[in-house]
Write a protein that binds this ligand. Structure first.
Ligand code: PMP
Length: 390
């Protein structure tokens, strides 16, 4: 029943659905001793020297605003990283913006390009925020399904079926939350050509870029030179550097787009946290060394979970990136939500129903392996025991 006072509030916000993840976390929080595979952030703490850099910056008195776009030294380091790892060329003075997480980056990018009623394509199952963020920017969210049969890769045929003259942009996220899917070079080229053919912006959320497994290498949309003028690239420190609490990320975009994005950031945020920017600068100085042990641990856990699910007779595609497994539970005759609720009840293990990530997530649950190996082993044992009862 809707509250009659809601007509005083902004209709497009009141009408947004509540996050399916939140609803499930509320149930989880009422229970004791739960093993949670529901969490979407690294279980590792931020490497110590990165934390120290933030503390030292405060000791040195760096307690003031930085320039709106962020510290120039950080933007230079970002531009160098994006060139080296992603193959994209951005001018640090005019084409790189340091944001308060990719969450802010996605919001300012959408608000900079959308007029009311513009449609935005995005693929499902996906990160819970895309649809609401599009709607909050007065756009119209248009989901495009991806399927387990294609390893959740995004096909141009599916995009062609949803594009209209009102389509303004396409959001893509690979490696993907929640499916763990990655794209091959030919997919990236084909999707880029689709965006160019229909004169769209391509907003690429590559926040899991470093997290790829089984010898797969991330292919960035920034490596397609023809796309440069229409690409808005997002990346950040939350995942590979385990820095979620620092709220540090960045956007790279051509100068004519960035000018408009920067206006929003300037009026709304001023600048990202100064201490966090110093931490990110330190992270940029030694990225590979820091990440290696965490990446090795994630890959071991992924391999363990694949083997455990196979042994328990739970089908799963190959999650080649990010830190999520997306097993298919449809054959057990329960909806995703029922499966998650009953698993929690019976075995005290929390997983997220696939439907939290879009309607086509029905029949799946998301299991995050950003959880210690011991916990993961116990969770897999309990899940195996649970499915035997179905
Ligand atoms: N994009 C995706 C695909 C994510 O999974 C997340 C975090 N779960 C974000 C963006 C938000 O990241 P940040 O912490 O940088 O705001």
């Amino acid at each position: 029943m809707s509250d009659p006072r809601h007509h005083y509030l902004a209709r497009h916000i009141v009408d947004l659905p509540k996050s399916g993840i939140r609803e499930f976390f509320d149930i989880v929080s009422t229970r004791q001793g739960v093993i949670s595979l529901a969490i979407g952030e690294p279980d590792f703490d931020t490497p110590w020297h990165i934390r120290e850099a933030a503390m030292f910056s405060l000791e040195r008195g760096a307690t003031h605003y930085t320039g709106n776009a962020g510290l120039m030294s950080l933007r230079e380091a970002i531009a160098a990283y994006v060139r080296r790892r992603f193959g994209g060329n951005y001018n640090p003075a005019r084409e790189v913006l340091v944001t308060v997480g990719a969450s802010e980056g996605l919001d300012v990018a959408l608000r900079a390009i959308l007029n009311p009623g513009d449609e935005v394509l995005y693929h499902e199952p996906c990160f819970v925020s895309y649809g609401p963020e599009i709607a909050m920017a007065h756009g119209v969210p248009v989901p495009v399904e991806t399927h387990v049969e294609d390893n959740f890769r995004l096909s141009v045929a599916a995009l062609e079926a949803k594009v209209t003259p009102r389509t303004k942009a396409l959001i893509v996220n690979f490696p993907n939350n929640p499916t763990g899917a990655v794209l091959e070079r030919e997919d990236v080229e084909a999707i880029a050509q689709f965006a160019l053919k229909h004169d769209l912006f391509l907003i690429s959320d590559e926040i899991y870029a470093e997290l790829t497994w089984g010898g797969k290498k991330h292919v960035s949309f920034a490596s397609v030179p023809e796309l440069r003028d229409r690409l808005i690239l997002h990346h950040g420190y939350s995942k590979a550097w385990a820095m979620t609490g620092f709220r540090m990320a960045y956007v790279c975009a051509p100068d004519w787009v960035m000018e408009t994005i920067l206006k929003i950031h300037q009026y709304q945020i001023m600048c990202a946290s100064t201490a966090s920017q110093y931490a990110a600068l330190e992270a940029m100085r030694q990225p590979e060394e820091d990440m290696a042990p965490m990446l090795r641990a994630y890959e071991q856990r992924r391999n363990y979970l694949r083997a455990a699910f196979a042994e328990a007779g739970i089908p799963m595609h190959n999650p080649a990136g990010a830190f999520y497994a997306f097993p298919q539970i449809a054959k057990f005759g329960l909806s995703s939500r029922e499966f998650a609720v009953r698993l929690l009840d019976a075995e005290n293990v929390a997983v997220v129903p696939g439907t939290a990530f879009g309607a086509c997530g029905e029949g799946f649950v998301r299991c995050s392996y950003a959880t210690g190996m011991e916990q993961l082993k116990e969770a897999a044992l309990r899940i195996g025991r649970f499915v035997k009862t179905l």
